[in-house]
Design a protein around this ligand. Structure first.
Ligand code: ZN
Length: 86
């Protein structure tokens, strides 16, 4: 169990969180996951058991409690450094 964040050394507290769990091209949001969350930067830490269980739930296509629509947006690189044509 951690008491400090690996990244910012902030205080880490136990919390139930929603996780955007992604594998391959699929995405599931898993609610109510026990995690340790950094109060400073929001980094989430999961125990290996919890992580494994999320994987199982996601891959088993556990009956969803709800469905949300997710937009996929493509990042477009800003045109910087190019000469203006005007
Ligand atoms: Zn942190």
């Amino acid at each position: 169990m951690k008491s400090r964040c690996y990244f910012c050394k902030g205080k880490v507290v136990e919390k139930k969180v929603s996780v955007d769990f992604r594998w391959g091209d699929e995405l599931a949001v898993i609610e109510n996951v026990p995690a340790e969350v950094c109060q400073q930067c929001g980094e989430k830490y999961f125990s290996p058991e919890v992580y494994k269980e999320m994987e199982n739930l996601a891959k088993a296509k556990e009956k969803p409690v709800k469905h949300i629509a997710i937009d996929v947006i493509r990042f477009v690189e800003p045109t910087v450094g190019k000469a203006k044509s005007l």
